[in-house]
Design a protein around this ligand. Sequence first.
Ligand code: PHE
Length: 359
Amino acid sequence: MQEQIASLKADISQQISAAGDMAALEDVRVATLGKKGSVSGLMKGLGGMSPDERKVAGPLLNSLKVDVADEIAARKSVLEAAALEERLASERVDVSLPVMAHPSGSIHPVSQVMDEIAEIFASLGFDVAEGPDLETDFHNFTALNIPAEHPARQDHDTFYLKPDANGDRKVLRTHTSPVQIRTMLNETPPIRIIAPGRTYRSDSDATHTPMFHQVEGLVIDKDTHLGHLKGTLEAFLKAFFEVDNVTLRLRPSYFPFTEPSMEVDVQCSFDGGNVKIGDGNDWLEILGSGMVNPRVLEHCNLDPTVYQGFAFGCGIDRLAMLKYGMNDLRAFFDSDLRWLRHYGFRALDLPTLAGGFSR
Ligand code: PHE
């Protein structure tokens, strides 16, 4: 018996190491450990043996079975590693090849404008922060000093999800301001971030779509004041609209999460249907802003007697429309290839401050 097992074992080992691919190895497994396999056949024979015979043969057969399984597993990992090597070698991309001469597809104006904004604020020392589109009521409202029953909730045309087992309803974030909360809860000041992203409100006409884009700005430090807000916005708008001067008008307004709050208009002119930003006799409202309300700082465990800061929120789609001259926001999200070809940006042209934005 012992000899029979030893020679079977040698035979199987030889087959395992000869298996050149996974299919061949699987054949060996079926022929040995499979239901009708040689090892399984011997195991079945145990039933017909006398107790004494079984005492000897049982452990021998068991270790044969275990050894064969181990050898197959070892061979399997060798074959897998070799297959992976082969795949990596065959899928190698030569990144030093010259780029495609005529790439198809183009960058959507919203992506372009987001890149431009990130580039400008990076030069001012801002990081880019992100938050989820599906927000908790706490981050989207309560922590921003909009408690339940606050009338400001009604202005937001909120999309609510079904309540969970605790009765909590998540919302599609109605603005990027919840990223302020997430950032203040996770970081220690000084904080300087922008947060571009998607936002949602149940609203639709030529200048409103249910999904749109905003960029939030937040600065928190020990001696931040309104002058910093105004200077930051001026630097941003000058760079964004590529003009030497912008004149801003800060109009008193109300947001629950800022105090004081102001809406910001830029001076402009409408000549022959085209807006020109920078000078003129008209004003365009472009963003909401203010000094972060002390109650918001408290919700984020920051001491308002030590820290203060400013925040602003601005519609990205609207900035794109103003800068690149589209007049219907809905077309942004229609996926009409003619529109995309006309208004899209060259795929490999990343906007940089040094290289210029809108060549
Ligand atoms: N979250 C405001 C809105 O969506 C904009 C805003 C952001 C205002 C930050 C002030 C400060 O209308």
